[in-house]
Design a protein around this ligand. Sequence first.
Ligand SMILES: *Cc1c(COP(=O)(O)O)cnc(C)c1O
Length: 403
Amino acid sequence: MSHGYKPELSEGAIKCPIFQTSTFVFKSAEEGKAFFELAYGLREKDQDEELGLIYSRINNPDLEILENRLCLWDEADDCAVFESGMAAISTAMLSFLDPGDLILFSNPVYGGTDHFIRHVLPRFCVDVLAFNPTDSKEEIIRMVEASGKADKLKMMYLETPANPNNQLTDIGMCREIADHFSTEEKRVILACDNTYMGPVWQHPIKHGADLVLYSATKYIGGHSDLIAGACLGSANYMAKVKEYRTFLGNMAAPHTGWLLMRSLETLKVRMDEQARNAFHVAAFLKDHPMVEKIYFLGYPENDRQKAIVEKQCLSYGAMISFDIKGGEKEAFRFLNGLRLIKLAVSLGSTESLAEHPATMTHIGVDPEDKKRFNISDKLVRLSIGVENYEDLIADISQALDKV
Ligand SMILES: *Cc1c(COP(=O)(O)O)cnc(C)c1O
């Protein structure tokens, strides 16, 4: 909670103040020159030298201290905080992908990420290829080879568990695939969107990922009152990501950094409680006569999914999707009947939320893919919060009765 903050630099304030400033005063012209030389990578850092404060697009104490704290959860060298999850994801991709390169990504991914990969990257002559996480390592390697672009594979991007069906991808298997296509000159970068597991329940770097990405809007922020993102990884990769952040200018603002630091203090207690609540809610839904099928990490669909949960997840999480008996009419009746749980998109917050993926978050997904990933009219997605779980169950129960 106090990591990286020195009260003596801020009038003894116990909490890090909001450094609501655009620029920082240099002690001398020589100091300004020395800071800029480091910021532009024109010379190596001297021993114990740190980059001084220059200008809030480049660095600001609220972001730097927050970034140091986020590094602890994932045991990463460095972190960059962004003004949104999409800013973190798009900047990480633009930092490493050149025209002619190939990106291989797990399907499905978050709608915004899907759009950026399929519709924006091709404008920069980046080739894109989706893989099915349920395929074997050999099948995925064969598919990449069949594309004729295997030597151009630069980044493998995955999201696990996937939204909204809780489909799991084996991070370790993806590392092996990335290594298979890496050469002495070119390491295939493995990037993992870890939003669904927050920084508490899954640590992709431990399983071989090079970059970890977050929508900090979700569990990290956790109060539905801000939009932010983060990217973490080793020092050399993060230097590149921070360079791109500086020139795209999409860093988070000081006030957002300050809110996120406050959120981090309760991150673990919030997430623990959310997972506990979700476990009870899932158990209730599983046996309810109006529920046809449930998608929850605690009830894996097959042995392979079960093995992945045990290998890489430290919790079943707090996201539950389920098929209601019927179709859109029944799903809508349920959603409209909720009284405590709010009807809204987003996830990971203190309050429980419910939504209808097929007509809301995933309305843009290709109809074939919708069918393949069970994003049907009867699918409802829940994000479980920190309320009393008996209240949540009572609310769900009365809404199901109305159906
Ligand atoms: C919300 C979300 C994003 C996008 O984050 P924003 O903060 O909304 O830009 C990316 N990935 C996943 C898995 C998300 O849930």
